[in-house]
Design a protein around this ligand. Sequence first.
Ligand SMILES: Nc1ncnc2c1ncn2[C@@H]1O[C@H](COP(=O)(O)OP(=O)(O)OP(=O)(O)O)[C@@H](O)[C@H]1O
Ligand SMILES: [Mg+2]
Length: 358
Amino acid sequence: MYFSIEPKTSKEDLFNFDEPYAALKKCIGLNEERLVVVFGLRRTGKTSLMKVVYNELDMPKIYIDAREIFPLTPLSTNQYLVSIFIEFARKYDIIKAILEHVSAVEFVLRAEGKEREAILSSILKNINAEMQKRKTHLVIFIDEAQLLKPTGADRLLAYIYDNLKHIQIVVAGSEIGILEEFAGQNKNASLFGRAKKQITLNRLRPEQSFLFLKKGFAQAKKQISEKELMAAITEIDGIVGWLSMYGWHYLKIGSKKALETIVKDGSKIIADELEAFLSYRGEARRRYLIMLRTLSIREMRWNELKRTLELEEKKKINDSHISNYIEALVNYGFIEKEGINYKLADPLLKRGLDFVKI
Ligand SMILES: Nc1ncnc2c1ncn2[C@@H]1O[C@H](COP(=O)(O)OP(=O)(O)OP(=O)(O)O)[C@@H](O)[C@H]1O
Ligand SMILES: [Mg+2]
């Protein structure tokens, strides 16, 4: 079924994903594709794609959702990874790795930074050697990978990339630009300079959104008028996650209310994400909000955004500050660049802004 509110786990529930699905499947187990990055705006199906491919995979595999690690400190991340890899080694009967590290978990608790990292890399070395012996690969899927950046785990991934040829990494994350940075776009990043395979999930075009809803309602054996479909698409645009949620609500509470609910709930979710982003922005909060509100009225170029902000603030603002604000908004997936203009990445953000006070 297409309509659900959680990520999909089987291929038959994925609409229009033949290309990215085939691209990801094709990379798996290839030595030359050591790092695969799944990009896409929020709710375009990154987790679904990873889960479907993970479930189908008939080879050693690990799935990590970085949100499970709490608190996200270097120590707890290290402990989490040690326990995940030891569990993996047990499952795959990699006796040597286990014996060597049965006491590692307790040891890790006491060990200092460098030592802890050494334990982890030694476990991974054992796993890699075993994979090589068995002529296979371990594929590690990491969702919301960008969250791991402050824990230093990107250095571990660079180590794996450089040294452990039988471990492959597939990452995805909802903060696009941050994930790009994490995966090595930025020259200060640990993974900088490593070749990677990018798989990008795009929003649906209007005719695809139409087909998605039509097929979804047909699966549920529900009649729905074209007028209703068009109204939903106009409001929600082509983000598959919102369309899927719309269909799910429609089947539960009927036509009109479904659209109201998705617009209200969806924009509230985005408002919460925006609040989280702004909570680290101190005094620049107001500036970010002015920029987003301006863009919710119309698309704009860099210069126009600068001018609008200066008019609102009644003072000159340094170019580098403007660039930083824009870059952060793009990085977190709130706005995107189309041609020379910047625009809101998701139409529901326009409503979401009503919930966020300057
Ligand atoms: N190809 C698809 N066909 C049908 N439904 C989909 C598809 N891709 C995603 N969905 C639905 O859209 C919603 C969001 O999907 P998912 O969580 O996989 O996206 P995401 O890109 O990981 O989102 P986020 O950016 O929040 O992490 C879910 O309800 C999922 O079931
Ligand atoms: Mg996701």
